[in-house]
Design a binder for this molecule. Structure first.
Ligand code: DLL
Length: 443
């Protein structure tokens, strides 16, 4: 069996193939409107604008965006839970959240119109990657505060495909459903797709028993090597799609049938690339941190949001006809966030848990490894001398307690190992909190 490249299809040609001059004009108008909305409805952002001495009337062209202050995850933390909302709660119909840098998550909301936009944008990248109304879509993203499950669900329904909301976990059952229901499109994280392929093989399920032909993967880093592996093992055409909860969830950008970069839906999101240290614009082809401005969001519009994701941007026309600039696969992050089995993890969250546990020292290290297809997180924690002298049984109990607390905080259970005081390597500069041993993740 060979993998079939889907033919080019475009869900919303009017917007996806917009002439660049018309697109810039639309962005200009939308930017002005969104800045005014923030100024009027979000005192927190109005104050940020006042600090740099600008008002909405200073924003006349799209280049004026550079006058506006950046928004960061810390801003959202300070606005927890609803202060960044630009719509009253009575207009909000959905709330999602993603990991914060500390104990509290980042909360995001959607009005009815935001839900409509989100659905349309997910439909765009699904169609770009080959989905049609004849497909049966197997969604193995979790349904919950994570935006992956619901976002893809509504988008696929909008296209007219039959959606199976399997959600995550219970891998053997997933495969049984895929086989019995004749799923033709798989939606999950790329690492889970590799794991599924392994289990399909272990169960002795013949590939010809599965009707899969497409895969839509996102939510975490993956390389072209991983794409080849998934395509070869599962015999599916695999496309990458990108998004983040703060901006909308999935639906910020997605690959087309050419698999050569993810088209950003620029009529809704204005992209910039900056040097994460100086915050100055950088050459799009050399790469930098992606900064996004939502141009149409009602509930929580964000101006110049620092995604911390590092990529390049390619403005060249694509043979598919879409005019939206294409972002490369991500090559890293400019902060210390890790994505482990699709779950976002900050070392500061681990620190917060350890502070609550008597006997632990402020020295710890997160060790991430890839075991087979799945990532594994180990947390090494130094304990004080008097605790380390305790009986083995007590130390094991302490390990289990920390594991439970971390699972509560992170939504993922790590393995905790207590180590002797002063055994973790000390650094002269910033403490090295993370040892990421996963294979070379460069795209
Ligand atoms: O992961 C939204 C999403 C769900 C996108 C499903 C695509 C598919 P968060 O949980 O807020 O939202 O995590 C956002 O995940 O800043 C990136 O670092 C990473 N990420 C998302 N998509 C990709 C991708 C969702 N295609 C964070 N490649 C982002 C690499 C990705 N990293």
């Amino acid at each position: 069996m060979t993998i079939e490249r889907p033919s080019v299809a475009i869900w919303d040609p009017e917007h996806e193939c917009m002439h660049v001059a018309a697109l810039r004009e639309l962005q200009r108008e939308r930017l002005k409107r969104i800045v005014r909305r923030l100024w009027t409805n979000v005192p927190y952002y109005r104050q940020k604008m006042q600090v740099v001495g600008i008002t909405p009337s200073d924003i006349r062209t799209i280049e004026d965006i550079h006058k506006l202050p950046f928004t960061t995850k810390d801003d959202l933390r300070l606005c927890f839970p609803y202060e960044a909302f630009a719509a009253p709660l009575e207009k909000v119909v959905r709330i999602h959240a993603s990991s914060g840098t500390t104990g509290k998550p980042t909360v995001v909301g959607y009005t009815r119109k935001d839900m409509e936009t989100w659905t349309e944008l997910c439909a765009r990248f699904l169609v770009a990657g080959g989905l049609t109304s004849n497909d049966i879509v197997h969604i193995a993203f979790s349904y919950g505060l994570f935006t992956g499950g619901f976002g893809l669900h509504y988008g696929a329904e909008r296209v007219g495909a039959a959606v199976i909301p399997v959600s995550s976990g219970r891998t053997e059952r997933q495969i049984m459903i895929m086989k019995d229901f004749g799923s033709t499109a798989l939606v999950c994280t790329p690492s889970y797709a590799i794991y599924l392929a392994e289990v399909v093989q272990n169960l002795g399920v013949a590939r010809s028993d599965l009707a899969l032909r497409l895969g839509f993967f996102g939510g975490e880093f993956w390389t072209d090597q991983m794409r080849r592996e998934i395509q070869d093992e599962m015999l599916i055409f695999a496309t990458d799609n990108y998004g983040l909860s703060e901006i909308i969830g999935p639906g910020v950008s997605g690959e087309c049938a050419y698999q050569d970069g993810m088209h950003i839906f620029e009529d809704h999101f204005y992209p910039e690339l900056i040097d994460p240290d100086t915050c100055q614009p950088v050459d799009a082809r050399r790469g930098g941190e992606l900064v996004l401005t939502t141009l149409t969001k009602e509930a929580i519009p964000l101006v110049r949001y620092r995604t911390r994701d590092i990529c390049t941007l390619n403005p060249e026309p694509c043979p598919c006809g879409r005019t939206g600039v294409r972002m490369s696969k991500l090559s890293g992050r400019s902060d210390d966030m890790l994505i482990i089995r699709g779950v976002n993890v900050f070392p500061s969250q681990v620190e917060e848990v350890l502070l609550e546990v008597k006997g632990t020292l402020p020295h710890y290290q997160l060790v991430v490894e890839r075991c087979g297809a799945l990532d594994r997180l180990e947390v090494h924690v130094e304990v004080s001398g008097e605790f380390f002298a305790d009986e083995m049984k007590q130390l094991h109990e302490m390990e289990r307690t920390i594991e439970r607390k971390l699972e509560n905080m992170l939504g993922l259970r790590p393995v905790v190992k207590l180590v002797e005081p002063k055994s973790l390597e000390r650094s002269e500069g910033k403490a090295k909190r993370v040892l990421d041993k996963r294979k070379d993740m460069a795209p």
